[in-house]
Design a protein around this ligand. Sequence first.
Ligand SMILES: Cc1cc2nc3c(=O)[nH]c(=O)nc-3n(C[C@H](O)[C@H](O)[C@H](O)COP(=O)(O)OP(=O)(O)OC[C@H]3O[C@@H](n4cnc5c(N)ncnc54)[C@H](O)[C@@H]3O)c2cc1C
Length: 441
Amino acid sequence: MECEPAILRASRCWPGQGLLPLQWAAMNSTFAFDVCIRGAGIVGKTLALTLAREKLRVALVAAPPAVATQAGQEPARERDVRAYALNHASHQLLQSLRCWPAAAVTPVQGMRIWGDGAGMVAFAAEALADAAGTAPQAHAPLNWIVDVPALEDVLDSAVHFQPSIEWVDAPVPAALTAICEGRQSATRTALGVEYETLAYAQHAVATRVRARVPHQGVARQWFQGDDILALLPLGGTDGHEYAVVWSTTPEHARQLLLVEEDEFVTQLQAIVQHGHAGEADEGNASEAGADELGFTLTASRHRWPLRLSRAQHWTGAMPAAWAGAYTAGVAQNWVLLGDAAHTVHPLSGSGLNLGLGDVRELAQQIAQRPLWRSAGDRRLLRNYERARKSALVPFVLATDGLQQLFAHHEGAVHALRNWGMNQFDRSAGLKSWLVRQASGL
Ligand SMILES: Cc1cc2nc3c(=O)[nH]c(=O)nc-3n(C[C@H](O)[C@H](O)[C@H](O)COP(=O)(O)OP(=O)(O)OC[C@H]3O[C@@H](n4cnc5c(N)ncnc54)[C@H](O)[C@@H]3O)c2cc1C
């Protein structure tokens, strides 16, 4: 039975008509768990921790990970070579859960983006704070580069010590089933939810490199023909290591995984050379020429096909056959979060930030619900779907628009986009507006 006010009024079960709040809470206790989360990626685990903080009983469907319970112990799992650019909103959420892996985070103090001509855009945290007149935040970084395995470890450990979360090896009945299974979600497919997908003519290759000179917390990105190369600073502001995300044609991506390490570095250096030719004039000791950077490969190389995708529906009722197998007559609903609901091109580093935005919105809807509504109440799930679908629009337009803009090879478009970049670079107001949008706050 779903606790809808109309139904309740009709059956004279409205709280104002004699039923105590505790009795209402008991009605929602039909199941051993309030929420069943399918998928324990970063989005699933963050959701579990956020809902457990709201005193909900959470089942997390996945094999429990090996957790390092003592200092110095290494959990046994394949280490992801990626590092994510996380924005201020994600930082706040993870910090509120005490899951910010501070020792494995590099604040981004500057960002440089080169076009495929003379176009260039530079962002500096300090200059933008001044332009926005935000003195107390003057030294807040643009964003943070976070080592993925370190973030996974800290989340695993927090889940391990949270008594309201239980690892289960198969889905269990609950008023709400949260599907956080990533872009290939089997549950989403079994529910028959359409996942609209546009495959980009690009795959991403990720790895890590070390440079001879420190990066000083500056992230760099190049748009060069079919390639988009990002170097994300790691190891703190004085670090020498970068996480590499190189989006290129599928064929070139395959080759980049097979070529010798020296050849990989030579090809990477050829793209980097383009930007550093301009930087050499700026007299900054860290802005060495590409040859002086002397890159060496420090990690294995991995490849991801890139897609823009979005599920048509983000919430619905569990099919009668599934729900009936659990507990007949009690409403059970589902909701999609993270990559199970949407994916974007990694050029703007927004995928996980959007997924954590989903977690924040859903947790807020659940926390603010009246006591007589269950965590799986359809009305609050529909509010969540509406809010998050509209939050997704500007990110899709920006990342897809940029990808498309640089995919054109015509001379006129080439000149125009590089001219546009320089015009944008001169507009402090527009740049600080963009940084505020990307912060997620
Ligand atoms: C190269 C690259 C670079 C990126 N860089 C950034 C960046 O800088 N910043 C950013 O914000 N985002 C970035 N992203 C996006 C980011 O990786 C994703 O948005 C994020 O990992 C999505 O997390 P998720 O938990 O939703 O899904 P996933 O990470 O895919 O996790 C899903 C989990 O569910 C499990 N699972 C699957 N099916 C089932 C099932 N049936 N039952 C139980 N469990 C199941 C999977 O094993 C997995 O553990 C990048 C992506 C790529 C490819």
